[in-house]
Design a protein around this ligand. Structure first.
Ligand code: DP6
Length: 330
């Protein structure tokens, strides 16, 4: 056992335009079927402390050992790419609920990829791979994690091996995301499993794939102009069209809770009053609301008043994220 260890943090990557489904027959594995646009968020993070191990890979998340099958292809790919033979022991934690639809697999695999690659590079006395390589390594674990190695606004194109940074976080400093933690329970079905089920059984899946191309192009143009009034409806369309394909799967998968719907109804009302509030959701009950800084406080106060159960479950986050190395920052 080698005593070197590496600690790294990554922030979740929240998709404005969604990745849902895998490109067929992709090799290396886990390339996305749709192009996504995302923003990395400040304030939430996954941390991985990685050491080398002799016999087997092991991931412990928030004190619990994870099922090795979920990680096998990821670690094998890292060893093949970096040409190393050793295994990895990874002690991980999130400063937010894991697997509840807050994009913890994006930040988790981004931190794991960076931690493992840096550890192996230290052992080989080589420089750490560049961000593009880390993005490709992270993708094998979770395609959304390919985006989470970069701060700010990031794209991952359909069938791509790695994500591309688009704009730094200060490109749109007024943008905010209100995260409503509807439930802290782990979601009933992982994104990976649910997107494959959608592909295999939903008659709407081909339409989702076709439509997402146009949404991606239009959203890129609206993002370039920092035009939330134009971008917001595209964010909502991507969300509800993704869920449309999931709701048409057989048997159906339902991620939303009554409180999710209560909040969606409230957002509709606040939009009617002229606030620019645009929700997105991932594979879980949580709601994330894009807005501008100047309206965030008013929006939070209105939601708290209308839905008291959410009063202490709302956080306002700014663009940020990317990889940080806490041990080097001291
Ligand atoms: C709904 O990246 O978790 O959050 O690649 O199978 O690990 P795997 O899936 P994952 O899926 C994320 C789906 C999403 C939308 C998105 O983040 O683009």
């Amino acid at each position: 056992m080698n005593s070197s260890s590496v600690t790294v943090r990554a922030a979740p990557s929240l998709a404005l335009i969604k990745y849902w489904g895998k490109a067929n027959g992709s090799e290396p594995p886990n390339r996305p079927a749709t192009s996504s646009i995302a923003v990395s968020l400040e304030g939430l993070y996954s941390e991985a402390r990685v050491t080398s191990a002799e016999n087997r890979d092991c991931v412990i998340l928030d004190g619990r050992e994870m099922d090795g099958r979920r990680y096998a292809a990821f670690f094998e790919n890292i060893r093949a790419c970096l040409d190393v033979k050793h295994f990895y022991e990874c002690i991980c934690r999130n400063n937010f609920p894991s697997a509840a639809g807050l994009a913890s697999s994006s930040s988790g695999f981004a931190a794991l990829a960076a931690g493992c690659a840096r550890l192996s590079s230290l052992l080989l006395e080589k420089p750490t791979p560049d961000l593009r390589t880390l993005s490709a390594l992270a993708r094998v674990g979770s395609a959304s994690a390919a985006r989470a190695v970069y701060p700010g606004f990031v794209i991952l194109k359909a069938n791509a091996e790695a994500a591309l940074p688009l704009y730094a976080p200060d490109f749109w400093p007024e943008l905010r995301v209100i995260v409503a933690r509807i439930s802290d329970e782990a979601k009933p079905r992982s994104s990976r499993d649910a997107m494959e089920h959608t592909r295999a059984t939903s008659p709407y899946y081909p339409a989702w794939l076709r439509d997402s191309r146009a949404l991606f192009t239009r959203a890129l143009a609206a993002l370039e102009r920092r035009d939330l009034a134009q971008l917001g409806p595209l964010i909502r369309a991507s969300t509800y069209r993704m869920f449309g394909s999931i709701l048409a799967a057989d048997p159906v998968i339902i991620y939303w809770k009554p409180l999710t719907l209560a909040l969606l109804e409230q957002l509709e009302e606040l939009r009617g009053q002229g606030l620019l509030l645009f929700e997105t959701m991932d594979a879980g009950p949580q709601v994330k609301i894009f807005c501008l800084e100047r309206e965030a406080r008013q929006a939070v106060a209105s939601i708290q008043k209308a839905i008291p159960e959410l009063a202490d479950r709302l956080s306002v986050l700014a663009p940020g994220g990317g990889l940080t190395w806490p041990e080097q920052e001291t």
